[in-house]
Write a protein that binds this ligand. Structure first.
Ligand code: ZN
Length: 115
């Protein structure tokens, strides 16, 4: 997902509006998977077991639908770490959890929970 859209998109080459794959111009079969242009985000993170201020990392999020998939996945890629792919239902469940829990909603809106 780290590649940018090197060629102008031809909307007729793929059925997915979000897809940036230049179908038919790639060398490997896996490159024919449907991928969105990655969206880079700078996030401050730490492992849950760590102390301290955490560290800034560049994450990339986007959509992926392999040729063998029957659904599109929301992918989160971390540098030097395994990426994770969430189903649409999983992404919605996370969003609902944040929106429906007072503490999580307050945390994401203003800062630490209870502030
Ligand atoms: Zn495509």
């Amino acid at each position: 997902m780290t590649r940018s859209n090197a060629f102008p998109s031809d909307p007729h080459t793929c059925m997915y509006d979000w897809c940036s794959t230049e179908h038919g111009r790639t060398v490997h079969a896996l490159d024919e998977d449907h991928r969105s242009v990655g969206c880079a985000v700078t996030v401050r993170v730490r492992n849950a077991a760590e102390d301290g201020e955490g560290r800034f990392e560049e994450w990339e999020v986007g959509l992926l639908r392999r040729s063998s998939d029957e659904e599109t996945w929301f992918v989160v890629e971390r540098p030097g770490d395994a990426s994770i792919a969430l189903s649409r239902d999983a992404a919605r469940a996370l969003r609902r959890a944040i929106d429906s829990d007072r503490n999580l909603r307050g945390f994401s809106a203003t800062g630490d929970s209870g502030e």
